[in-house]
Design a binder for this molecule. Sequence first.
Ligand code: NAD
Length: 428
Amino acid sequence: MSDVSYNAFTDAQKQFDHAADLLDLDRATRDLLRTPLREFHFNIPVRMDDGKVKVFQGYRVMHNDARGPAKGGIRFHPQETIDTVRALAMWMTWKTAVVDLPLGGGKGGIICDPHNLSPYEQERLCRGWIRQIYKNIGPDTDIPAPEVMTNAQHMLWMLDEYEVITGSRQPGVITGKPVGMGGSLGRAEATGYGVIIALREALKELEIDPSTTTASVQGFGNVSQYAIELYQQMGGTVKCVSSWVQDQQESFSLCKDDGIDLEELKSITNTFGGIDFSKAVKMGYKMFPGDEWMNQEVDILIPAALENQITTANVNSINKSVKVIGEAANGPTSPDASKLIDKKGIYTIPDFLANAGGVTCSYFEQVQSNMNYYWEKDEVLSKLDIKMTGGFIAVSDFARSNKLKMRDAAYVISVNRVAQACKDRGWV
Ligand code: NAD
C-alpha cells in the first residue's frame, strides 16, 4: 500500500479479466462485473477535541449484489484510496461466492490514521460515516463490518448512530459487534481460524503432518493472532512474525528459531497489532528488517497484513524451503509475483478463499442478529469449519479436474456463480 505506483483495483481487474477469459464471458457480463455497481464518496466533518472541525473523506462501494445484500468491512487507513476500496469490494463479491453465502460484495473506508485520533474523535468519525451513508445501507441491502484498524467498538458506535437515526433496533445492519451487544461468539477468531482450516486441508492433500511444519507470518493483528493460535494448537511452530512500527513508519520482523510465544507477544502489542519491538528484543527475539519474514527457512508463509506485499521486487527472497502460502490478507500477492510463485511450485491458497472465514462468521452473526437468538461458540466454530472445508474441497476438486491452479479455480467458480446470478435476474 505504501508503493504509490501500486493500484489494487488494477490488479483486481487483471485477475477478473483472466477469469472472464477462462469462462469465455460475454461482453455485457464483463462490463457489469469489471466495475462496481454503485459507489458513494462523501465528506465527514468531525469536531476534534481541540474544538476545530476536520473534514475526512469516506467511501462505500457496492461491487455486486446479485446473489444477496452487499457485505464487507470498513477500513481506517491513512493511505486509503477509492481504488483500494473498489478492489476490496470486488474481492468481497468473489469471497462470498466461493463459500456460497447468499451475499454480494461491498467495502468501505475512511482516510484517517486512528493512531492519531482520541477515542472521542474516533466515535464522532464513526457516527459521521453512518450519517452520510445510512440511507444506502441496511440489513437487506448492504451490511458493513470491521476491517484493518476498525474493531467491535467502532461497529457498536456505528450501529448506535444508525438505530438513533432510523428510530429502530437493527442489529443486523452491521457485523463484528461486541459479544453481548449483537455480536457473535467466534467472530473475532473466524478469519484467522478459517485461514488455518484451509491450510489444514491443503496440508492433508500434500500429505504433510501440520505438527511437523514451521511458518512465518506477516502482520500481528486480528487475523494473524488467531491464525497463529489455531496453527499452534495443530502443533505447528511459528518462527517469525512482522508488524508495523508507527513511530518509525516502517515494518520489522521478529524471529525465534524454537518458536514465538503468542501470549508473550500479545502482551506487548497495541490494539492496532503494533508490537513493542524493544521489549521483544529484551525477551530474546531477534529483530530484522520488514521483508525478512519471507526469507525464513519455513514450510509455510502466511501474509496477514495488507495488499501488495509479495511483488516481483521481493518474490525471489522467498526461501526455497517454502511449500505453501496461505494468503490471509486481501490481495497480498501481485498477479505477476503470483505467476513466479506458481513456477517455483509453491502451493497457494488464494486470499478470497483462505480468508473467507471472516465473512462467513459475519453472515452467521447477521442471521443471529436478525433472529435475536445467539448460538454457542462451539456451534459457530463447527459451522465455520464445515463452510471453510466445503469451500476448500470444492475449489481443490475443481482445480484438479480442470488442471488449474487454486487461484484460477477459485476465480472460475466465483465469477461463474455471480455471472449466473446476474443472468438469472435478467441483468445481462
Ligand atoms: P489489523 O489492523 O488487526 O492488523 C494488521 C497487522 O498488519 C498489524 O499487526 C500491523 O502492524 C501489520 N502491518 C501493517 N502494515 C504492515 C507492513 N507493511 N509489514 C508488516 N506488517 C504490517 O488487520 P486485520 O483485521 O488483521 O487484517 C489483516 C488483513 O486481513 C487485511 O488484508 C484485511 O483486509 C484482511 N482481512 C481481514 C478480515 C477480518 O475479519 N479482520 C477478514 C478478511 C480479510
